[in-house]
Design a protein around this ligand. Structure first.
Ligand SMILES: [Zn+2]
Length: 327
């Protein structure tokens, strides 16, 4: 019998509960919109109900372990969510204890971008890589890295904030307070803002001129580009250039074997990856090296919470065997 893992992903727009096994097979998924204004009590009720629901779908009575991933600041060691912009009034929420009490099994917590990095190492194209970088590009930009075969967390557990690397020192203001961060320029919101700002071009584009300003988003920009809209083509080309600058910065610092890209923007597939690889090659200038630019796992967001207990339990058993050896 494989070990069954109950996974949760608490994001900005939706909350997912997933039942998967240690081999990375997803058995059942339930999703609900994130309800920000009802606070932690509503989140707690949703998580419990959704957990029982996915287990019932798969005929599982009790999970062997639980993995929770959260967009926001988490204390991974204590299993406590410090704060989150997505749930009103949520502070120092001991989410792992709450789930352990309900389901009677050990729960692990991790930041969502770190978890997605771990999923690439366990189930994705980074399986046999010791040095790689993972970047998620959606509304925001985040990520993580493995260095010499180990997850690199940094001194404060905040490594991998690639989105807050400044690429335009007088650029638009970012959510973090700085100007011209990669996220503010080439993240989903940044793409939408660059498109909305150019009023003249919007009027001239017959596809954009039909939209209300609030309907302009990164998805539309990529969609209209595919339909041959010249203005969208320009925005996409600009986006790819900024991403290439940011990615080459990271490559110059980390020297990874691969940069794996996930998040909503990866859904653009070859429309993104073909020109992005060319732009990166160009941006290397004289510092060229053969770094693979790969697409992340297609179901990475569901595998990420499943990966957390597997990763923690393997890490613990490696540590214990090292302790045993040293004794
Ligand atoms: Zn920033």
């Amino acid at each position: 019998m494989p070990r069954f893992i109950l996974g949760y992903d608490v994001g900005g727009t939706k909350v997912s509960a997933v039942l998967g096994d240690e081999n990375g097979r997803i058995r059942s998924v339930v999703r609900k919109p994130t309800v920000r204004h009802l606070g932690p009590k509503k989140l707690r009720d949703d998580l419990i109900n959704m957990g029982w629901e996915v287990m019932e779908h798969s005929g599982v009575k009790q999970p062997d372990s639980i993995g929770v991933i959260f967009a926001g600041l988490v204390d991974q060691k204590r299993g406590v969510v410090i704060s989150s912009p997505n749930i009103l009034g949520l502070r120092n929420f001991n989410i792992t204890k709450m789930l352990e009490d309900e389901f009677g099994t050990k729960a692990y917590l991790e930041n969502d971008a770190t978890a997605a990095t771990i999923a690439e190492k366990l189930f994705g194209s980074a399986k046999r890589m010791d040095n790689f970088v993972y970047m998620t590009i959606s509304t925001g930009i985040g990520g993580g890295a493995f260095v010499n075969g180990q997850l690199y967390r940094g001194a404060h557990g905040m490594a991998g904030e690639f989105g807050h690397m400044v690429i335009m020192s007088n650029g638009p203001i970012c959510g973090c307070g700085r100007r011209g961060c990669l996220e503010a320029v080439a993240g989903g919101k940044g793409i939408a803002r660059r498109a909305s700002e150019n009023i003249t071009a919007i009027h001239e584009s017959h596809l954009f001129s039909k939209l209300k300003p609030s309907e302009i988003d990164a998805k539309k920009v990529f969609e209209f580009k595919r339909k041959g809209d010249m203005f969208s083509q320009l925005i996409v080309e600009e986006t790819i250039y900024y991403l290439a600058v940011g990615i080459v910065n990271v490559i110059n610092i980390m020297d990874p074997e691969a940069v794996i890209i996930g998040g909503g923007i990866a859904d653009a597939g070859n429309d993104l990856f073909v020109p992005l690889r060319m732009a990166i090659r160009e941006e290397f200038k004289s510092m060229y090296r053969p770094v693979k630019i790969l697409r992340g796992l297609k179901n990475g967001h569901d595998l990420a919470p499943i990966s957390i207990p597997i990763f923690n339990e393997t890490e613990t058993s490696i540590r214990n065997s090292q302790v045993a050896k040293s004794i």
